[in-house]
Ligand binder design. Structure first.
Ligand SMILES: [Zn+2]
Length: 178
């Protein structure tokens, strides 16, 4: 793994600090150096598949599978400067699905269960790595197509020469970088 550990720490901190998400709004962190780009996209499950619970029907399971497949493809288009070399996805439905449905008669767990029931939002976290033949000067976010409802992506990028923040939408999906 060639991830910048600094970027990952930054990304994890930013995601946690964001608190409860807003549907349609996701966070994208992009770290560039001379020949690599590391990307972390934290997005409400609703934006990708249209719901935030464990899939209950075959149709919903298919939606999750389609989203996972799309998310394994490039999320950024660097106009040919970089190609995708690695992608990983944290699927929240794969790991926690069964535990949530158990009903323990355990007073110790009561408050925690209430809290998680009220805060029933679920995120996907997708990490991608790109290798760049030349330092990219721009990128476009391609995830407005192929998912359920991705509306606004708040981008924070950092390169050897600068840093910036911008909100991208389907109508304005790209940004220049230094
Ligand atoms: Zn939500």
């Amino acid at each position: 793994m060639k991830y910048s550990m600094g970027l990952l720490a930054l990304a994890v901190g930013a995601a946690n600090a964001a608190g409860v998400h807003v549907h349609g709004q996701s966070q994208l962190q992009v770290a560039l150096d001379n020949d690599t780009a590391a990307v972390v996209w934290t997005t409400p499950a609703n934006d990708l598949v249209g719901f935030e619970h464990t899939p209950k029907t075959d149709a919903q399971a298919s939606q999750v599978q389609a989203a996972l497949t799309r998310a394994s493809q490039p999320l950024l288009d660097f106009s040919g400067a970089c190609i995708l070399t690695a992608s990983s996805i944290e699927n929240p439905f794969a790991e926690h699905g069964h535990e949530d449905e158990h009903n323990h008669d355990d007073e110790h767990g009561h408050d925690e269960h209430q809290a998680s029931a009220e805060d029933a939002h679920t995120d996907f976290r997708i990490e991608q790595q790109y290798r760049c033949s030349t330092p990219p000067t721009e990128f476009a976010f391609t995830g407005f197509d192929g998912f359920y409802e991705v509306e606004k992506v708040r981008v924070e990028w950092v390169s050897a020469n600068g840093a910036g923040q911008i909100n991208l939408t389907a109508d304005a999906p790209s940004t220049e970088i230094e």
